[in-house]
Design a protein around this ligand. Sequence first.
Ligand SMILES: [Zn+2]
Length: 304
Amino acid sequence: MPELPEVEFARRALTKWVDGRSIVRTEADPKVRTFRGSNVKDVEALVGRVERIERRGKFLLLTFSDGRGAIAHLGMTGKFLKRPAGAEARWSRARFVLDSGEVIHFQDPRLFGLIQPVPAAELSRNQAVAKLGIDPLVDGLTAAQLEAALAASRQELKVALMDQERVAGLGNIHAAEALFRANLHPARAPGSLTKDEWARLAKAIHDGISFALEAEAGEEIEYVEEPGAKNPFLVYGRDGEPCPVCHAPIASVDQGGRTTFFCPSCQPKPGKPGKRPAKAKGRAAKPAGGSRSKSAPARGRKRT
Ligand SMILES: [Zn+2]
């Protein structure tokens, strides 16, 4: 499911596609819920030059040069695709036809995505956008900011990390990945974290986002849930597989109705005997291989 890095990937691709181009026609399929009751005519009025595409959390904010604008959300499996003139795209709910003849499709098989016309001047004041918390890429995210955003939460740490009003952009995948990188148990009480642990978690969030952005090549994204897709993540979706650091089996647990993946050895519950960080450091020099090796530098630098 698209989270901050995947939406940022979409932002970068879209920005590239519209650069120096103009949208000469927009088509929106009536009767699909992608537009959430907005007048389809207003969607189809989104033409001309796109001045700016910003991202906050999992939302894309498009500013057109005539003052029109739109909010887009990829939902569960939505994506933007660029296709040559006349080429079909399955589950295309909206099409932005460029002056080059190429077409940017909004593909949304499961219809959880959103395109909503909003005047550009009102984008940041839009209710869904205004309530978002700190965005790690747009706002930066220091240990102190992270602590200020989360420490008062009564929810378990992983659930609190996914609260878009606290930190914007992390979902089930990247919250789990950050906690693994920071050696923090997902059920910790946010109020119990030390300064050092907040610092580790802030760094882990940035490292996980950078890793995911680097893992995506080309202009078309592939979600880990799609059939045949590769799983580039350290613990997400790896129930029972060996931990890339200590080789203990990755465990899964239900948290707030979502499955959390973690290593019970690298992410011990406080008070429970866990692996000594020094040992993890030694193992990190020889990761299982492949893309997992990217975790090694982050873990080697931790101080505990
Ligand atoms: Zn482990």
